[in-house]
Design a protein around this ligand. Structure first.
Ligand SMILES: *Cc1c(COP(=O)(O)O)cnc(C)c1O
Length: 413
C-alpha cells in the first residue's frame, strides 16, 4: 500500500454549533495527550478514585458508585438498563423525542415489557401525567430522558423521585445532553440512576459515559449478581432473576473493578479517563452553578438573535434546554443548502433534525467550550448572511444586535 495517500490526521477547523459533538476544550485535548500507565498502577487507580469523587460533585450525589462506562453515552445507557432490567420487568417510558424511543428499543432488547406515554414533539410531561401512568402500569422502572436534543426540550424531573418512591419504582434518567448546562440534582430529586456523556455541555470528546447509581439501584444489581453466581439470598429463589446478558456492561462486575477489590474486567480506557477527569475539573473550577448560568446566558442570547432575525423557534420555550435551540426553517428556504453554505464558507456546523422535524427545523447548540459570546455572535452573523444570500431578507445586523444587547443587559459575565 502507498502510505503517502494516507497523510497524518489534520481535520479542517470548524466551529461546531450543532447539538453535539462540539469543539473540545483545549485543556481536555492536552490532558488526553498524556502518556499511558498500567491499569493497576497506583497512579491510575488513584485517578480512577479522583474521577469518582469529581463526578459525585457534578452529579450532586453522595452515591458511592459514580464511575465511567467506556464507550459513548449509549454505553452508559446500555450498562444501566442491561444491569437493572430483568426479563419480563415492566418499564414505563415517557417519550417526548428520539432518545425516548432509544430507551424503548434498548429496554426491549433487555426483554422488558415496555409501556410508553407520549406527548407531541416540542412538549414535555407533567408530573401528574407520569403519576397516572405509573398507577395504571405499575412498572418496576421509570426510564426518562432529561434533555432530548431531538426536540430541544427539558423534562422537569424534580418531582418524579418522590412519586417513584411512593409506588416503589426505580427512576433512571439519560442526562447526556443536559448534564453540566442545566440543573440536575441526583440526590435531592431522588434519581436512582443517571448516565451522561462528554460531547455536550462537558466539552470533551465522545467515548466515555459517567454514570451514578443510588444504593437502591446498587442493591438490585448486586442481588442479581448473587443469583448469577448461584448464591442463594434470603427471600430469593435461585433462577428467579436472570443473569445480565452482557459481560462488558455488567455493572456488578464493573463495580468490582472500580471498587477496592479491583477485580480485572476490561482495561480502563486510560486516555478517555484523562479527558473525562479534565472535563470535570474545568466545570468544577468554574462552579457548576456558574456553568449552568453560562449555558442559560448564551442560550438566551442565541434565542434573542434568532427572534431578532425574524425566525420562529420550535417547541415550548418554557421547557427549552439551555444549550440547544430548535429554529424553524423559513418557507422557501432549503435547510440543507443553508447548512452547506455555513460549513463551506464560514466553517460553522449547525444541526439538522430527525423524524417529524426533518427538513423543518435546524438545531443550534451553545454548549460546553462553545457556550461563548464570540461563538454565538459569529453564528448569528453567518446565518443571517447566508439567509440573505438565499433570498430570505432580514433587517441586516438586527439579529446580532439583539444578542449583543442581551449580553449588555445580562446579569452574568
Ligand atoms: C446526544 C445524546 C446522546 C448521545 O449518545 P452517544 O452514544 O454519545 O452518541 C444520548 N442521549 C441523549 C439524550 C443525547 O442528546
Amino acid at each position: 500500500m502507498d502510505i503517502t495517500h494516507y497523510p497524518q490526521i489534520n481535520p479542517p477547523q470548524r466551529l461546531l454549533m450543532g447539538p453535539g459533538p462540539i469543539n473540545a476544550d483545549p485543556r481536555v485535548l492536552r490532558a488526553m495527550s498524556a502518556q499511558l500507565i498500567g491499569q493497576y498502577d497506583p497512579a491510575m487507580t488513584h485517578y480512577m478514585n479522583e474521577v469518582m469523587a469529581l463526578y459525585r460533585a457534578l452529579f450532586r450525589t453522595e452515591n458511592r458508585w459514580t464511575l465511567l462506562i467506556d464507550g459513548t453515552s449509549r454505553a452508559g445507557i446500555e450498562a444501566l438498563l442491561l444491569s437493572a432490567i430483568r426479563p419480563g420487568d415492566k418499564v414505563l417510558i415517557p417519550v417526548f423525542g428520539r432518545f425516548g424511543y432509544l430507551l424503548c428499543e434498548i429496554a426491549r432488547r433487555c426483554r422488558a415489557e415496555v409501556h410508553t406515554l407520549e406527548v407531541p414533539w416540542g412538549e414535555v410531561f407533567t408530573p401528574d401525567q407520569i403519576e397516572d401512568a405509573i398507577k395504571r402500569v405499575r412498572p418496576r422502572l421509570l426510564l426518562t430522558v432529561q434533555g432530548d436534543t431531538s426536540t430541544t426540550m427539558l423534562q422537569p424531573l424534580a418531582e418524579l423521585g418522590a412519586i417513584c418512591r411512593r409506588y416503589d419504582v426505580l427512576l433512571y434518567t439519560d442526562a447526556t445532553a443536559s448534564f453540566g448546562g442545566n440543573a440536575l440534582e441526583t440526590d435531592a430529586w431522588g434519581l436512582d440512576a443517571v448516565s451522561a456523556g462528554m460531547q455536550k455541555c462537558l466539552g470533551g470528546p465522545s467515548g466515555t459515559s459517567p454514570v451514578t447509581l443510588s444504593p437502591r439501584m446498587e442493591a438490585v444489581i448486586r442481588r442479581r449478581k448473587c443469583v448469577e453466581q448461584g448464591i442463594r439470598t434470603a427471600g430469593h429463589q435461585e433462577g428467579e432473576e436472570e443473569m445480565v446478558y452482557s459481560n462488558y456492561f455488567d455493572l456488578g462486575m464493573i463495580m468490582d473493578y472500580w471498587g477496592p477489590e479491583r477485580l480485572n474486567h476490561h482495561t480502563e480506557a486510560t486516555t478517555a479517563l484523562f479527558g473525562a477527569r479534565e472535563c470535570a475539573r474545568i466545570l468544577l473550577q468554574e462552579g457548576l452553578e456558574n456553568s449552568i448560568a453560562r449555558h442559560r446566558l448564551h442560550g438566551d442570547a442565541l434565542l434573542k438573535g434568532i427572534q431578532g432575525m425574524g425566525l420562529a423557534t420550535f417547541g415550548d420555550l418554557r421547557h427549552k434546554m439551555n444549550n440547544v435551540l430548535g429554529v424553524m426553517i423559513p418557507a422557501g428556504i432549503d435547510g440543507e443548502q443553508v447548512r452547506k453554505l455555513l460549513l463551506d464558507d464560514f466553517a460553522i456546523e449547525i444541526g439538522t433534525s430527525f423524524g417529524p422535524l426533518i427538513g423543518k427545523v435546524w438545531r443550534i447548540g451553545t454548549m460546553g467550550y462553545n457556550a461563548r459570546k464570540d461563538c454565538v455572535l459569529q453564528t448569528l452573523a453567518a446565518l443571517e448572511a447566508v439567509l440573505n444570500r438565499l433570498g430570505f431578507s432580514t433587517t441586516q445586523g438586527a439579529a446580532m444586535q439583539a444578542a449583543w444587547d442581551h449580553y449588555a443587559n445580562g446579569s452574568c459575565e
